[in-house]
Design a protein around this ligand. Structure first.
Ligand SMILES: Nc1ncnc2c1ncn2[C@@H]1O[C@H](COP(=O)(O)OP(=O)(O)O)[C@@H](O)[C@H]1O
Ligand SMILES: [Mg+2]
Length: 450
């Protein structure tokens, strides 16, 4: 074994010193690409032995509390396991030569271990030892230790080389720590940025909701006031038409009066829809079985709609409280819209279903609906669908895509007003060219009062 031990560096000549400098240079360049502390320690241990001519090298890493050193890498005769340490040795600060170097932060050379009181005997006999500290950011990061079987093997040259290696290793340790800190700072920033983006989006959504609510409120007030005033005028007009009818027996003027009467009735219907949107209709709520109402409505309207309606009605539907006339108006407005949106062969479907709206289920329900039990009545058509950019406007009063005289734009706003006034709401799902579904949510009557 001893024959393979390299000559002490003190005996090296200038040429070999130049070689040593070149080796240290390569060492410094290699360190740059090492990605983590573990790889760094193994690289240093291996190369102190392999390229710098030491027979063994053990690197100990200090713990955060600065109380213990733990074997982190070992290369040479003492570690036959390659890049692996079985039962890493743990040495308290202050104990043995390595522990002393960690505590005093000063390098130590021991010429004859057998006469040194600090020496902790090992399985492999060694006679001399050198140990240098690794200092990083003012703290002990560990120590680099090497032993040799000859007495007095280590001198100034070895101390200089190992101290240079330790300085380079410490610098790299600082760099790795800084990289880790930057990575964590970057990750924190990413988290903060994601959170901020989410909060901004939430705020924007809230602002949009608030704006929508204010808009609905403002239009509602205006529509309500206008409808009220206009209703007074209509009452006068309708009254005068009736008087004229009595006074004018001629056929021609009767026809003109009939036209005026039809127009004023149409005006009155408009006013009712506007009042409904403004949630100012006097609703006469009754306990209603929605299935029975749907069946009755379809029987009456099959002829008007000029097609059959497919009914998918859930059994044991909960009773709801709603004004029956308003309910009929809503069914009529929605089925007419559906039929108008379809070709002659499209199918119109009415579905009823009991639904539980819990907080966990919230994403599946309209955002303006509070959790609770509801009966959902859905009217689905296979018509042209509604473009996404129009979805927000269709409930506005007077919004219509129909030509003048064909649409008033008051159907859906009336539905929204009645549903809100009844403690529920209406939602729409639509896909252009495939059709639309309008979901009416009626609050179920609380069980105790059913
Ligand atoms: N089932 C539907 N399919 C396609 N578009 C619809 C449907 N229901 C409503 N709409 C759109 O919403 C608009 C507003 O509807 P509504 O308030 O009932 O007024 P109107 O029917 O008088 O136009 C319609 O003009 C139409 O563009
Ligand atoms: Mg309509």
């Amino acid at each position: 074994m001893l024959q393979s031990v390299p000559t002490s560096l003190r005996q090296r000549n200038r040429a070999s010193e130049a070689q040593m400098l070149r080796t240290l240079n390569t060492f410094a360049v290699d360190l740059m690409s090492i990605p983590c502390v573990e790889d760094l320690f193994w690289y240093v241990a291996q190369n102190v032995v392999g390229k710098l001519g030491f027979v063994d090298c053990v690197i100990y890493q200090a713990n955060d509390a600065q109380t213990d050193l733990t074997q982190a890498a070992a290369w040479g005769e003492k570690n036959p396991f390659g890049r692996n340490i079985i039962n890493p040795l743990v040495i308290p600060f202050g104990r043995g030569i390595t522990g002393q170097v960690a505590q005093t932060r000063k390098p130590v050379i021991v010429d004859d271990l057998l006469s040194d009181l600090n020496y902790i005997p090992d399985t492999q006999p060694a006679r001399s030892e050198i140990c240098v500290p690794l200092i990083c950011g003012g703290r002990i990061a560990g120590v680099i230790d090497s032993e040799h079987p000859e007495i007095g093997f280590f001198g100034d040259a070895e101390l200089e080389i190992l101290s240079t290696v330790a300085a380079m290793t410490s610098a790299k340790l600082e760099l790795l720590a800084e990289t880790g800190r930057s990575q964590r700072r970057y990750e924190d920033l990413v988290v903060a940025h994601t959170q901020l983006t989410r909060e901004t989006e939430n705020r924007k959504a809230l602002e949009a909701k608030l704006f929508e609510a204010r808009k609905q409120d403002a239009i509602g007030r205006l529509a309500g006031k206008f409808a009220h005033e206009f209703n007074n005028l209509l009452t006068v007009i309708a009254g005068n038409i009736e008087l004229l009818e009595l006074d004018s027996p001629e056929v021609g003027s009767q026809e003109t009066l009939q036209d005026a009467k039809t127009a004023s009735e149409r005006g009155a219907q408009l006013i009712r829809d506007m009042l409904a949107f403004a949630q100012r209709t006097r609703l006469v709520q009754q306990t209603v079985d929605l299935n029975a109402k749907v069946i009755a409505f379809c029987e009456e309207c099959d002829a008007t709609l000029s097609r059959g309606v497919v009914k998918v009605l859930a059994k044991d539907i909960w009773p709801v409280s709603v004004d029956p006339t308003a309910l009929e108006n809503m069914l009529l407005a929605l089925t007419l819209n559906g039929v108008e949106a379809m070709d002659t062969d499209g199918v119109l479907k009415i579905t009823t279903e009991n639904v539980f709206h819990t907080l966990a289920e919230a994403p599946n329900f309209p955002s303006d609906l509070t959790p609770g039990r509801y009966v959902r009545l859905s009217i689905t058509d296979e018509g042209r669908g509604i473009a996404p950019e129009l979805l927000e406007q269709i409930f506005d009063p007077f919004f219509t895509t129909k030509t003048v005289g064909e649409g008033t734009g008051l159907g859906l706003s009336m539905v929204l007003g009645v549903m809100r006034q009844s403690g529920g709401t209406v939602a729409v799902h639509s896909a252009v060219s495939f059709g639309s579904t309008f979901d009416l949510y009626f609050p179920a009557i609380p069980i105790a009062t059913e």
